[in-house]
Structure formats: C-alpha cells, structure tokens
Ligand binder design. Structure first.
Ligand code: AMP
Length: 144
C-alpha cells in the first residue's frame, strides 16, 4: 500500500494556517476540524511549518495563556518531515515512530498535496493485514 492509496480514500484537502496568525486561531481550526495538527503555510501550498496540539500544550505550560495571542511562527516546528505520494505506508509507520511524530504532510515538488496521520497509517495497515489473512485462509482451504 502506498501513501497515494490513503489519499485516494481520504482526499487531498489539508487544513493550513498562516505563520502570522495567532495561536488562538490555530486552536479554533484544530477544534472545528477535529484534527490534531495543522500545516503552517502562507499561501496554502508551500510548507512553512507544522503546529500540533502538543506544541500548544508545551507553549501554554512554558509561557502561560498569553501565548494564545502570539504568532504561530513562534511555536511551530519549522523543520518539517514530509513524505511523497509514492512512498510505502509501512515505511511511513517507521518514519513516524523514529521521529515521534503523528502527522506527515505529503509533498510534490515542494508543494503540499495531502497529509496522513498515524490513524490513517494504522487503519491502512490493518486493512492490508486483514486482506492478507483472508487470502491465506482461502489458499489453505481451497488451494487457490
Ligand atoms: P504530533 O505527534 O504530530 O502531535 O507532533 C509532535 C511534535 O512533532 C510537535 O512538536 C510537532 O510540531 C512535531 N511534528 C509533527 N509532525 C511533524 C512533521 N511531519 N515534521 C516535523 N515535526 C513534526
């Protein structure tokens, strides 16, 4: 299974916020869309950073509630790990585990073309393993 197969099912729409928006705006986006991270982008296509709920909790602990009025750029992660549509999903699972991240924006020619979360990756692996098990059972029972 490839990243493109996940995007085919979930779509390519990605929530973005500009780096100069306030942290409270990102909180609103995360809440309204029911997501855990948002890509930071000025033009909606170039990836400037990523902001997850974990960054916001960390900033609230360090700085206090005032941080909600600060610019997102101050607390986002700028060095974003991305993947490509043709990457294999099992390799992305390892990439997420190694980097301790739960979100991977999908890029093509430096432009944002989708995002996958650890939930998407786990769901696709479970489906894949179920299909393999079914094929194996079929083979054992009927020799085909
Ligand atoms: P998450 O597990 O996605 O909630 O994010 C945990 C931490 O990793 C936060 O500091 C995020 O900003 C950062 N992070 C999340 N996704 C990525 C990514 N694809 N590349 C780099 N950092 C990330």
């Amino acid at each position: 299974m490839r990243v493109a197969d996940i995007l085919k099912r979930k779509g390519t729409l990605v929530a973005t916020v500009p780096p100069n928006a306030r942290v409270s705006d990102a909180v609103t986006t995360l809440h309204e869309r029911g997501i855990g991270a948002v890509v930071v982008s000025d033009d909606g296509a170039t990836i400037d950073g990523i902001l997850s709920e974990r960054d916001i909790v960390r900033a609230l602990h360090r700085t206090g509630a005032d941080v909600l009025d600060h610019a997102i750029a101050g607390i986002m992660t700028s060095n974003v790990v991305t993947c490509a549509a043709e990457d294999r999903v099992d390799a992305m699972m390892s990439l997420m585990t190694e980097n301790r991240i739960r979100h991977l924006p999908v890029a093509a020619d430096g432009q944002l073309v989708g995002i996958i979360s650890i939930g998407d990756v786990v769901a696709s692996r479970v489906t894949e393993l179920e299909n393999e098990t079914r094929a194996m059972e079929e083979y054992i029972q009927h020799g085909r």
